[in-house]
Write a protein that binds this ligand. Sequence first.
Ligand code: THG
Length: 276
Amino acid sequence: MIIVGERLNSSRKSVLEALERRDEQFLLDQAANQERAGASYIDINAAALMDAETPTLRWAIPLLQKNIRLPLSLDTPNPEAMEAALKIHKGRALLNSLAGDAKCLQALIPLIRDFKPRVIALCLDENGPPESSDCALFRAEKMANLLVREGMSSEDIFIDPLVRPIGVDSNSGVLFLESVEKIKKNLPDIKTIAGLSNISFGLPQRRQLNRTFLALALSRGLDAAICDPLDEELQATLHAAQALLGKDPSLKKYLKAVRETIKSGTEGRSRPPQSG
Ligand code: THG
């Protein structure tokens, strides 16, 4: 499982304020903790800073890259900010994200050609989010074909079928799970990814819903998740699910994770400390 650490998102108040006051230590601590917890990418989102988004990314990206080894997931719907971020990012970034509407494609395809990032492509276009798993598959195929024609390798393409809150539409979890299954069946070399915590928006016990949803999504073949790697119970669910699904030969990772949990004395704790 590929984890994109979601904590540096300006939709979180503590992050917004830290970005506004240019708090280097806050940013580096959040990034280093996520790296240590097993993230493969660190998502950086400064979109809530509005007009200050681009200058904030120009400050944050070199700072993060000077201090951590992981590539960044550049999370912005704003093509100008994306271009500035790609220009300054060293090595291969993860572009988060490319939508299928003409305006987004026109703005981002030239950047994908120039900077050759890995890409998260959304099953979203001018008609909104997919209303059925067949629609999600159709759009996934369209985006994957387009990116392969641009010269990308399948394994560098992440398709995001989009997770919508079950609090708004109680069928949206099933729709997502069916979409992942169909996409993996028809496009086995393409990766699937999701912002898991969207599923629980507006509901109590969010983390419990997020963890269970992760296990269900893994059983359908989800390859990557944008999530909080510091949630120890999410990690426990991940290791248990991989072991149960036969994706952990000799149960090595499961047993190692259990040993580390016992060592750090956190076994049985119901919630990780929740700060910020
Ligand atoms: N797909 C893609 N990218 C995404 C998403 C997606 N990026 C953004 C988002 N969805 C995933 N990232 C986050 C980051 C933080 C939080 C949720 C999703 C989060 N949310 C709390 C909340 O909404 O209540 C904030 C609470 C707080 O202030 O701490 O933490 O789907 N490609």
